[in-house]
Design a protein around this ligand. Structure first.
Ligand code: FAQ
Length: 318
């Protein structure tokens, strides 16, 4: 194809996006569009399955059967979200093995938030309320993303995430209405999870190399800073209901902007965690790698079974 022909196709492609048409797997797309979607969708998928690990720590320690059942269901949902997302990424021509390899080798990222430890039961509340809350904020916008399979996966994921967010909030509400020690535990969890939750939205817009193009392609419907602000505005009143204090002395309603102003994020901490130097990066990657290795026999058995079934079908056909 000549350079001019590619340019014409790109212009037609952008016009489709501007008309809010969905792009489907077998249709022509610029190579960069394909690559950037593989990057974001697979990293999103990795975040879901790595995100199961901090909560798994509490399955055996949940304070009641009811709490254990809800936590188990939430973690299973996250595994499911990973599967929808890996499937969506596969439609762009990358195999699941390649994506896992990128995760295990450290080439692909996953959300920084999952490199923090979950040290008390209140952390299960904070993860649901803040981490799922931040994830939904981002994912509701992604329901309108231009790539069809990603947008459709988001619809179901958002419904489930909203249950996750509520169950987390309810854990904290219970603790905040409990003993002074329980309330202190909830406050301590908020103190530790607040800033890392704000980091989930990614670097500031002016330092985000991917935002401009991704907004143009409607992969991103809102920028990192827009979503972060929306999250702060939504979450402050929820903290007030809990009677908890957000650990930011610069947090203040700005009547002119009709938004909360908030303090500066520690970007050095963010990049340290992204680069692999957070408290749990090593532990999380080792858990994923050993799950992959320990699952080899299951994958081998599944392939052997599928081959056996295919042979049977073939014999029947003869
Ligand atoms: N952590 O240019 P940008 C969940 C990287 S799901 C690590 O702004 P982009 C469910 C970024 O990849 C949570 N790395 O990048 C759950 C890029 O590096 P690259 C995950 C980060 O893609 C809840 C570089 O920095 N959600 O929580 C982070 O335009 C509870 C420059 O950044 C999604 O993945 C970070 N926080 O915007 C599960 C949503 N931020 O790839 C269990 C989909 C940025 O060029 C329990 N993803 N980086 O090497 C997105 O919306 C976007 O990818 C952003 C980043 C907004 C995350």
């Amino acid at each position: 194809m000549s350079e001019q022909e590619v340019k014409n196709l790109e212009a037609l492609f952008q016009a489709r996006i501007d008309r809010d048409e969905k792009i489907e797997p077998k249709e022509w797309m610029p190579e960069k569009y394909r690559q950037t979607h593989i990057r974001q969708i697979s990293q999103h998928a990795h975040s879901e399955i790595v995100g199961m690990l901090p909560e798994a720590n509490w399955i055996t320690r949940a304070p009641s059967l009811r709490r254990k059942v809800a936590l188990l269901a939430k973690i299973q949902d996250e595994g499911g979200h990973g599967l929808y997302l890996y499937s969506a990424a596969e439609t762009l021509g990358i195999s699941r093995e390649e994506m896992y390899e990128q995760l295990h080798s450290g080439k692909a990222k996953y959300s920084s938030i999952f490199n923090y430890p979950t040290i008390t039961w209140a952390d299960m509340g904070a993860v649901g309320w803040l981490v799922d809350g931040a994830a939904i904020m981002n994912q509701v916008a992604l329901m309108g993303t231009s790539y069809g399979p990603y947008a459709r996966a988001m619809v179901r994921i958002c419904k489930e995430e909203s249950f996750h967010q509520r169950q987390g909030y309810e854990i904290l509400l219970t603790l905040c209405n409990g003993t002074p020690e329980q309330k202190a535990m909830a406050q301590d969890a908020l103190n530790r999870w607040w800033w890392p939750s704000l980091m989930m939205f990614g670097p500031k817009d002016e330092e985000s190399p991917n935002t401009e193009q991704s907004v143009k392609w409607k992969l991103k419907r809102k920028t990192n800073d827009e979503l972060r602000q929306q999250f702060v505005d939504q979450t402050v009143p929820q903290a007030n209901i809990l009677g908890l204090t957000i650990p930011d002395d610069k947090l203040k309603w700005n009547e002119e902007r009709k938004h909360y102003d908030f303090g500066e994020i520690d970007w050095d901490e963010f990049w340290q965690v992204v680069k692999g130097h957070g408290k749990c990066n090593k532990q999380r990657l080792e858990a994923r790698k050993s799950a992959w290795e320990n699952g080899t026999w299951v994958r081998d058995a599944a392939v052997a079974y599928a081959e056996k079934q295919a042979n049977k079908e073939e014999k029947k056909a003869i």
